[in-house]
Design a protein around this ligand. Structure first.
Ligand code: ES4
Ligand code: ZN
Length: 327
């Protein structure tokens, strides 16, 4: 029988979490006060991270919440608070998404964002949490804006502070191909590549196909619609390309955990991991909650959960030596 204690004790990697999506009401309130931003809340209890159904409604809440993040200290604190939780959850390795354009478009500099986040990452190493940053482009913004962001990131990539690039936010009419040349250049510069492909997006299978065959991503975020195309699924599995599932997060935006697709991918030997996505906006469910709730739903025991944790390290962007130390 699966217990919370077993999951809590298991070393894991979290590969799909957005730092802005970990901002809890308490810190949001603190930052709002410190920065004198009126968020119409007299206390953290007045801050509501719930929203209706669907990606658009979620994104509205997500962008509204992060407006209180303005200074290096704010970015430090949101990251530090999250990484402390990861240390307490036996998460050994985190690949952390951040959305620089969600801040630069509000007049916050790229430097402010990355310096704050990075300082917390350095401090969390002492807690036994190893963290790497993955910079996402907002797909509803222009290709030119993504190019500019890639240029801003260059000195930090060269220092080893950012290892990968991803693509997130509003997917409708914003397919992977829109950013093909930007991803080509990122790959040339030595970044790992990943992309969100929402299984509920109308062109989802086509987007997965573009991500795998044209962009040649190193990992796929969501992408659960891949089970609808046997050739693509066979390619993902034979190439052992990691795929990150966030079943509890899906439940909050789509009322569907994609359980069937996840179980099929798992049974067929795909390197599939379980992740939290935006825990503060998905009912406060962090990675151990995701493992427990989804594991229960599937009727999994310890063996399956151990395999999921192994998959998380297997598909992490870490050295073979580091991987061997976790497996
Ligand atoms: C996201 Cl759930 C989701 N979908 C698309 N983009 C995102 N960014 C943060 N969470
Ligand atoms: Zn995500």
């Amino acid at each position: 029988e699966l217990t919370r204690e077993f999951i809590a004790g298991l070393p894991k990697a979290e590969l799909h979490v957005h730092i802005e999506g970990t901002l809890e009401p308490e810190l949001e309130f603190t930052c709002a006060q410190r920065n004198q931003i009126d968020i119409q809340a007299k206390s953290p209890a007045d801050i509501d991270h719930s929203y209706g159904y669907g990606l658009t409604e979620f994104l509205k809440a997500y962008y509204r919440g992060m407006k209180v993040l303005r200074t290096e200290q704010d970015f430090y604190e949101v990251t530090w608070s999250f990484l402390q939780k990861m240390a307490q959850s036996n998460v050994k390795h985190v690949e952390l998404f951040f959305d620089p354009q969600a801040h630069t478009t509000r007049g916050i500099t790229f430097e402010t964002v990355i310096e704050g986040i990075h300082a917390a990452i350095v401090d969390a190493q002492a807690l036994g949490v190893d963290t790497q940053l993955v910079m996402c482009f907002l797909r509803e913004l222009s290709k030119q804006s993504a190019w500019k962001t890639l240029a801003s990131a260059k000195p930090y990539h060269e220092k080893g502070w950012i290892i990968g690039v991803g693509l997130d936010s509003a997917e409708h009419h914003n397919p992977p191909l829109k950013f093909m040349t930007v991803f080509d250049e990122a790959q040339r510069q030595g970044y790992f590549l990943t992309m969100h492909c929402d299984p509920k997006q109308v062109d989802s299978v086509e987007h997965v196909k573009q991500a795998l065959e044209v962009i040649e991503v190193d990992r796929l975020d969501h992408g659960m619609s891949i089970v609808q195309n046997a050739d693509l699924m066979e390619y993902l599995i034979s190439q052992q390309i990691g795929i990150t599932a966030c079943p509890i997060a899906y439940y909050y935006t789509r009322k569907d955990m994609e359980q069937k697709a996840i179980m099929e991918l798992f049974a067929k030997g795909a390197v599939i991991s379980l992740n939290s996505d935006d825990p503060s906006y998905k009912g406060g469910n962090y990675i151990n909650d995701v493992y427990y709730k989804f594991g229960q739903k599937c009727g999994w025991g310890e063996d399956e959960i151990v395999q999921i944790a192994q998959n998380s390290f297997q598909s992490a962007w870490i050295s073979p030596e580091a991987k061997a130390s976790y497996l």
